[in-house]
Design a protein around this ligand. Structure first.
Ligand SMILES: Cc1ncc(COP(=O)(O)O)c(C=O)c1O
Length: 418
């Protein structure tokens, strides 16, 4: 757990993080893109306290009132017909459940239809099946994907087009089909694929994948009885200025996975999907000791209410638009070193490159993040050559713009405007 700037977290409140020595930071991390409603929101704290005072700390799979209410709320938000939902603790656990449900569904069609397709470079969690779905090349080189029928095609990252095009030219559908062709070239029979999982707004690009890519993927999936799961663990719950990141694509998947910003605090995650898909396993086959823990469920319920009552999703869209404009000014001034500034809502990233090349400038990005921390703006290092701007959605516009200006100062100290 090393590699982050050395700040000793003592208290986190709203969009501020404090250490025990009297220092405080504007938080651009939201923990790890988690505290959407703000850190320690008073209504979330009160809901947790109330739940503790009631003296109900764990219920396993037995029903509890807070779990029931949270499930009802999630089902009311679900974009698909006749939805059901199930709760877990970590995001990874929920991803695993979605992967399992897609494999089960495929197996009912024929025995070998258990393959999962995903996009290279996405992130879905840390357990084996989740790592199979995602993965930085360096972190997952120990995995033999094809042996467990887990296949990846290139992600439609238009900054670094996998097919070498200089810019996006309404080529999303071609991009998806080229990926499929590359699978066929590797000898993969598409009929083996049971499910497709992807982040509709990936955490490392913070920009919605091209809608034409998503449409082509979903059309192909429908034709081949392949389930589609959207991993909304990072981009969901208002982060992108819409409740679900997938709303930017205008597409409703078969399964949705939520986590992180679902509670803005304690560990709770969820899978939402069509009833017939969630009802496939036998009772007891999908349980988890801590899934839907009553205290965590109470926190999540309060969080969803805060997002609505305080109009934080709208705030994400409007504050995010102002920050994006400010950071695009930076891109104009440092055009040699900034490849792209992109994002939706308060899900923004600045992609740095080595001048004169298209290679990500990992060192510069991590240096800027470290320097910002010394100036009172908490950022994380990404190790992938980009800066991530993901504060709690309740951040004041002034504080958000101040943080953007601190990034400019840190960059100016290191390189001259070009
Ligand atoms: C898109 C996405 N999926 C899955 C996960 C895994 O969630 P967790 O760390 O809660 O297991 C993350 C966490 O960063 C994520 O960003």
């Amino acid at each position: 757990m090393s590699g982050m700037p050395p700040v000793l977290w003592h208290q986190a409140e709203g969009f501020l993080v404090r250490d025990p020595y009297g220092n405080q930071w504007i938080d651009l991390t939201s923990g790890i893109v988690l505290a959407n409603a703000g850190h320690a929101h008073p209504r979330i704290v009160a809901a947790i306290r109330e739940s503790i005072d009631q003296r109900l700390l764990a219920t396993y799979a037995f029903p509890s009132e807070s779990r029931l209410k949270l499930l009802e709320k999630l089902v009311s938000l679900a974009p698909m017909p006749d939805p059901k939902a199930i709760l877990f603790s970590s995001g990874t656990e929920a991803t695993e459940c979605a992967l399992m449900l897609m494999r089960r569904h495929g197996q009912q069609i024929h025995r070998d239809k258990v393959g999962i397709l995903s996009l290279a470079g996405n992130y879905h969690g840390r357990t084996l099946a989740a790592q199979l779905a995602g993965g930085k090349p360096t972190g997952t080189d120990w995995i033999e994907r094809d042996q467990v029928r887990h296949f990846q095609i290139p992600a439609p990252d238009c900054n670094y087009c996998p097919w070498g095009k200089p810019a996006y030219e309404n080529c999303g559908a071609d991009c998806f089909h080229s990926g499929l062709l590359s699978l066929s070239d590797r000898g993969v029979d598409h009929r083996q694929i049971a499910g497709l999982i992807l982040e509709p707004v990936p955490g490392w690009t913070t920009a919605p994948i091209p809608a034409d890519f998503a449409r082509a993927a979903v059309e192909w999936a429908r034709q081949h009885q392949v389930m589609v799961a959207f991993d909304e663990i990072q981009c969901g719950c208002g982060r992108t200025g819409k409740f679900f990141g997938g709303e930017h694509l205008g597409i409703s998947p078969d399964l949705l996975v939520l986590g992180k910003g679902l509670s803005s605090s304690l560990p709770v995650s969820a899978v939402i999907g069509r009833r017939e898909i969630l009802d496939q396993p036998q009772p007891g086959d999908m349980s988890s000791s801590h899934g839907g823990n009553p205290v965590c469920a109470a926190a999540a319920l309060a969080n969803l209410q805060v997002l609505e009552d305080e109009r934080l999703i709208e705030a994400s869209a409007s504050t995010g638009a102002a920050v994006l404009e400010r950071l695009r000014g930076l891109q104009r001034d440092f055009s040699q070193s900034i490849r792209a500034v992109q994002g939706v809502g308060l899900f923004i990233s600045v992609h740095l490159r080595r001048p004169g090349t298209d290679e990500p400038d990992v060192e510069l990005a991590d240096e800027v993040a470290q320097a910002a921390v010394r100036r009172g703006v908490l950022m994380f290092t990404t190790g992938r050559g980009y800066l991530k701007f993901t504060p709690p959605l309740c951040i004041d516009l002034d504080a958000a713009l101040e943080a953007a200006d601190v990034i400019r100062e840190c960059l100016t100290e290191r390189i001259h405007p070009q």
